[in-house]
Ligand binder design. Structure first.
Ligand code: RAM
Length: 929
């Protein structure tokens, strides 16, 4: 009986299994759908998109069954229900290729306002297909000036404005509004808007977006960016009101030098076009025209980028962006036609947003003022919630640092007043956040609050604002100071990616200095998803280029002197090339190739017999300059000639990628000729600098840019080491030399020296500023020290990202992740551990194919390393080790693993080629000391 029961159960279970297997085995299982779908330089479902020929990219899921892609199919349609099989815009059909990024749209032409839906599927290495991805979309903005019926409108604030510092007109911020009635039922509504100035727009009392300081800072004489918002839910069938706040921003505000190619004396203006589709198929359009009204008698009485904001709550106009407001006392506005030579184009990258909120960590009361310490230097605005008495003025000051005596250090703001004021209309707690200004600060000082109340930390927050991109990588190690350096690099990035890459965010400057961008750009690409940010700014660089090929010092150009600087203008070859290497997207080279060629003409123009005499800021802020000059000791001619050759080399490499054989040859020839002249002019037979000062940077340029013949290289390396030794094993490099140090010392095998320089605690070094309390990268190696206080020069920014350029080496060589082929199609994992300084380090990086990570740890004479390689790539991994013992991979001796290809091995490392997956290595490893 008992047996019978058991066997009955067995039989039942067996039948069940057969049934399950029958259904399951007959059901075809697709691979998991592709993920992280983006278009062009990293946009997810954008609205008001700029590009009607976008590219498509996706990532394959991490799954053992998926090592590579063998084919894809992309479908694009005008309606989601047409996907996948009736795609009316484009069906790529099954394409046999492993390309999973930057696939160009090749369908029907797409026009302004068009919304398109798309999805993809892929086939893996075994030709198994995946599910279709989720449906994505993009909607184009207004691509042509002719799409605009609106006019530029605004009050003539120039008329009654006062002239401020630098004789600049200080325009009063203005408030513009328009009321209108709709009678039909609304299906969808889009608000297209921009400004000559900066704006904030509301519809029926609701803020349309959380964007900050839109439309941002472009070459306004060539291009003004426009924004598109979905306002379907804000518009009603009946009365509606649009209200726009408008201030000078960068357009007609005070910019250092102020000699802009656009007319910065005009009163700020907006351009606004509300397009409404009705359910019955009809359309209505509301435009900015002479029917709008305006006033300057609103609460924001003053707003300026450098100087701050004045907000008078007594002048608040309740409900002014709603229908419940009478604007009969408001003025009629002026209109201006569109300028045909200035392109109106949808914004090419993401707007600035409020990204992080920092709470004060410490609070100090001094008489009737109180100082809040956020413990982090940052960029953005304060959000204050403070008790006040009616009629009192709250004064909000900022500082990046306090003097050792606890005093506010504002000298480095130079003429930027960087102060906000709030005038209270009643007793009680006020809430205020300035709108059209931003500040660089760690400390906030308040005065003018209700002193009967006890200040507390909740009174303020630091609202961190920067262009809205995501983080892209992480780096961490066993050294607290190195981690602090990483933190400072990241915060330098957050602080200076405010719509454009700026040199500094706090003083009367905040400009798109091209040299700084060239130096820091490569590192930024590890820490943040900034492809679109750079692509957009590079477009501005193209637009700002002079007719003779020169590139202004800052982009947009605020100087107007038509002079280019070597090492600065070379941003136009260096950044596109670096972006190409990190992304594998050829279009960045295509888009910028002509600019590179023009810039090379300028190099030629500024050279005689291939030796450059171009103006240059040179090795800016090199420490201990012999002549006391900010430009350091390295010869301007040597620098210019080195960059001439280097830019020619990069143009040649770019041409090769683009399949432009003629140009490739042409620029390779220029590189060779200029390099020869460089070598003959500046280096003697032994490879020693001749005729000009011998500096670390002279050798670094020669070696990093490969400008010497083989026989001289060995000696030049020796002389470089002598220079370093003369400097007591310290760096003596400024903006141009510093990013090359790690590259050259690495290639020369002087890893120990590079670690030494990086871990030096004394001036000049990265840790020096950290030892003095830095929470961001400083402009100078010695902007401040605890004994002597602040550097006496007033050009002394405490948030200047240039020296953060070391971050690239930290990711690539300390943690060990770099691209062997453009876009990380082939990944190189090759960390350089040095147990004198570190026992572990790790990094993760979002590459176009997915997450790559590497972490290593040394303990008990073993090195353990864990590496993650995403699908559709391969990797060459160098595992460091000591001695001739074998390494273990996932606990198995390497020899026994057939799937892994051994490339080379010595007593110091094993180099293998691997497929996607996660690998754990264990290697014998003797400590360095
Ligand atoms: C300073 C800027 C910038 C640098 C130029 C040469 O004014 O801050 O960092 O590139 O000078």
């Amino acid at each position: 009986m008992h047996y019978k029961l058991i066997s009955k159960h067995i039989v039942q279970a067996f039948i069940c299994m057969v049934v399950i297997c029958h259904t399951a085995c007959n059901e075809k299982h697709n691979l998991t759908a592709a993920q992280n779908l983006i278009i062009s330089e990293g946009f997810k479902n954008p609205l008001g998109f700029y590009d009607n020929e976008p590219t498509f990219s996706w990532k394959l899921p991490v799954d053992e069954a998926i090592t590579a892609q063998s084919a894809y199919r992309i479908v694009v349609a005008s309606r989601p229900d047409l996907l996948p099989d009736q795609a009316d815009f484009w069906d790529s059909k099954k394409q046999l290729t492993d390309q999973s990024n930057w696939v160009k749209y090749q369908g029907a032409p797409l026009n302004s306002r068009q919304k398109a839906y798309w999805q993809i599927k892929y086939w893996n290495q075994a030709d198994q297909d995946s599910d279709w991805s989720e449906i994505q979309n993009f909607e184009l903005g207004l691509l042509e000036n002719s799409d605009w019926q609106a006019k530029w409108i605004g009050l003539n604030t120039a008329k009654d404005s006062i002239r401020g510092r630098d004789n600049v007109l200080i325009h009063k911020p203005q408030y513009l509004r328009k009321q209108f009635k709709l009678t039909n039922t609304i299906s969808s509504a889009r608000l297209h808007i921009t400004a000559k100035g900066v704006f904030d727009v509301s519809v029926n009392g609701k803020n349309v977006s959380t964007d900050v300081m839109s439309p941002g800072f472009t070459t306004y004489d060539k291009r003004i960016e426009t924004l598109t918002y979905d306002v379907t839910n804000l518009i009603k069938t009946d009365q509606n009101t649009i209200g726009v706040e408008l201030a000078s921003g960068w357009y007609s505000g005070r910019l250092l030098w102020g000699k802009t190619p656009w007319d910065n004396s005009i009163s700020p203006k907006i351009l606004c076009q509300l397009e409404i589709n009705m359910k019955d198929g009809s359309k209505e359009i509301i435009i900015s025209d002479d029917s709008w009204k305006g006033t300057t008698k609103g609460p924001i009485q003053f707003s300026e980028i450098y100087d701050g904001e004045i907000y008078n709550a007594n002048l608040e106009m309740p409900n002014w962006t709603t229908n419940e407001f009478a604007d009969d006392k408001w003025h009629s506005i002026e209109t201006m036609n569109l300028d045909h030579h200035i392109a109106l184009e949808p914004k090419r990258h993401t707007t600035v947003k409020e990204k992080i909120a920092l709470n004060p960590k410490e609070i100090t009361k001094k008489d009737d003022t109180v100082i809040f310490d956020l413990k982090q230097n940052m960029v953005g605005v304060p959000l204050v919630n403070v008790p006040m008495k009616k009629g009192d003025t709250l004064k909000i000051r900022f500082a990046e640092m306090l003097s050792p005596e606890g005093n506010f250090y504002t000298k480095n703001y130079r003429s930027a007043k960087s102060t906000d004021y709030y005038i209270a209309a009643k007793d009680g707690e006020i809430e205020y956040m300035p709108k059209f200004t931003f500040h660089g600060f760690r400390y906030i000082e308040l005065s003018g609050f209700d002193t009967s109340k006890q200040p507390n930390k909740d009174w303020v927050k630091g609202i961190v604002q920067y262009s809205d991109f995501d983080d892209n990588g992480t780096f961490t190690s066993s050294s607290d100071k190195l981690n602090q350096l990483q933190n400072n690099i990241v915060w330098g990035l957050r602080g200076n990616f405010f719509d454009i890459p700026t040199d500094c965010p706090q003083r009367d400057e905040r400009l798109g200095w091209t040299g700084d961008a060239q130096v820091f750009g490569p590192t930024s690409m590890f820490n943040a998803d900034v492809y679109k940010f750079w692509a957009s700014w590079l477009q501005s660089v193209q637009e700002a280029q002079f007719e003779n090929g020169g590139i202004p010092w800052t982009v947009p150009d605020a100087r107007g002197n038509k002079i280019g600087s070597s090492g600065w203008g070379d941003v136009c070859t260096i950044i596109p090339w670096k972006i190409y290497m990190r992304t594998g997207d050829k279009s960045i080279l295509e888009d910028n190739f002509e600019m590179m060629e023009e810039w090379l003409k300028y190099h030629k123009l500024k050279s005689k017999d291939n030796i450059s005499n171009m103006m240059s800021f040179s090795d800016w802020l090199q420490p201990y300059p012999e002549n006391g000059d900010n430009r350091g000791d390295t010869s301007l001619n040597l620098i210019g000639t080195a960059f001439y050759a280097h830019s020619a080399k990069l143009a040649s490499k770019s041409a090769a990628v683009l399949g432009r054989i003629e140009e490739q040859k042409k620029y390779e020839e220029i590189y060779k000729t200029v390099a020869k002249s460089f070598e003959n002019t500046f280096f003697d037979e032994s490879g020693k600098v001749k005729g000009v000062s011998s500096t670390q940077t002279s050798y670094l340029l020669a070696l990093a840019f490969n400008l010497l013949s083989e026989d001289k290289i060995v000696n030049a390396k020796k002389y470089l080491m002598e220079e370093i030794s003369k400097a007591d094993d310290h760096l003596r490099t400024g903006f141009l030399g510093t990013p090359l140090l790690s590259k050259v010392l690495d290639e020369t095998g002087e890893i120990d020296m590079m670690y030494k320089l990086l871990f030096n605690e004394t001036y000049p070094s990265w840790f020096y500023s950290i030892n003095q309390g830095a929470t961001t990268i400083w402009e100078r190696w010695n902007s401040y020290n605890k004994e002597e206080g602040f550097n006496p020069q007033n050009m002394n920014s405490l948030n200047h990202y240039a020296y953060g350029a070391i971050g690239e080496w930290m990711y690539e060589r300390i943690a060990g992740i770099s691209p062997l082929k453009a876009g990380y199609k082939v990944i190189k994992i090759a960390p350089l551990p040095n147990s004198d300084y570190l026992t572990n380090a790790s990094a993760t990086l979002q590459t176009p194919f997915g997450t790559v990570s590497n972490s290593w740890e040394i303990s008990n004479n073993q090195l353990k390393m864990e590496t993650q390689i995403p699908p559709n790539t391969t990797a060459n991994i160098t595992v460091p080790k000591s001695g001739n013992n074998d390494i273990l991979i996932n606990n198995q001796p390497l020899k026994e693993i057939k799937k892994i290809k051994l490339l080379s091995t010595t007593d110091n490392y094993v180099e293998i080629e691997v497929q996607p997956g996660t690998y754990k290595f264990t290697a014998p490893y003797k400590l360095d000391k």
